[in-house]
Design a protein around this ligand. Structure first.
Ligand SMILES: [Zn+2]
Length: 209
């Protein structure tokens, strides 16, 4: 981590993280090296926390390179003959449409998992449909229609399982009250960790594909 110190005719101290390797500290001319050290020391925990976050994000962004790969179960896969798509040669809406189409061809995997989990837990749904929402990974309505975001296919399978279990539990509770989470926990004991992981992948969800 490199911290570049810039002294200038300013009145306040400002610390900005540029990327995971580089931060800039802007200070007034009168500030001594000792005072600068003291300030940096006081910001150490904040810096470390934010750099850790940034590093995870940078690695992640790099991993999810839609130009060259499609991702399945959290792993990159070269476009195959089956898909016959070279995303890098496409752009805009057409590219997004084909990426979506490629993933939707795998949606049966999610359908199968939902069927299995429903049998295992006794929690039911009438119909399962893919959604492209940029807000939610899944939903479950009063007509017992379960919608699962196809972008989930990009993520590790453990997270598909959590989202499906979550939606299935809405067949018991149409809310997110403590009783609902108790039900989720009974069929997906590590749901807290899964929730955390899903949050990390929210940029995948926000992709308007
Ligand atoms: Zn819910």
């Amino acid at each position: 981590m490199k911290i570049e110190v810039i002294k200038s005719r300013r009145k306040t101290i400002c610390l900005k993280i540029k990327d995971s390797e580089h931060a800039v500290l802007s200070v007034p001319l009168r500030l001594s090296d000792k005072q600068i050290d003291k300030f940096l020391q006081s910001k150490k925990a904040w810096l470390e926390k934010n750099i850790k976050k940034l590093k995870a994000y940078e690695q992640f962004e790099h991993q999810f390179d839609f130009e060259n790969f499609i991702y399945f179960d959290g792993k990159p896969v070269y476009p195959t003959n089956k898909l016959a798509i070279d995303f890098s040669s496409l752009s805009g809406d057409k590219k997004n449409r084909l990426i979506k189409q490629a993933y939707l061809s795998y949606f049966a995997e999610i359908e199968n998992m939902a069927k299995e989990l429903s049998l295992k837990t006794g929690l039911i749904y009438k119909q399962i449909k893919p959604t492209s929402s940029v807000r939610v990974w899944g939903s479950y309505n009063a007509e017992k229609v379960m919608k699962i975001n196809w972008k989930l296919l990009i993520l590790p399978k453990a997270l598909w399982q959590y989202v499906i279990c979550h939606e299935l539990c809405h067949s018991l509770h149409m809310n997110h009250q403590p009783k609902f989470w108790k039900s989720v926990e009974s069929i997906c004991p590590n749901y807290r960790e899964c929730k955390k992981q899903l949050n990390k992948y929210s940029f995948v969800l926000k992709n308007n594909l």
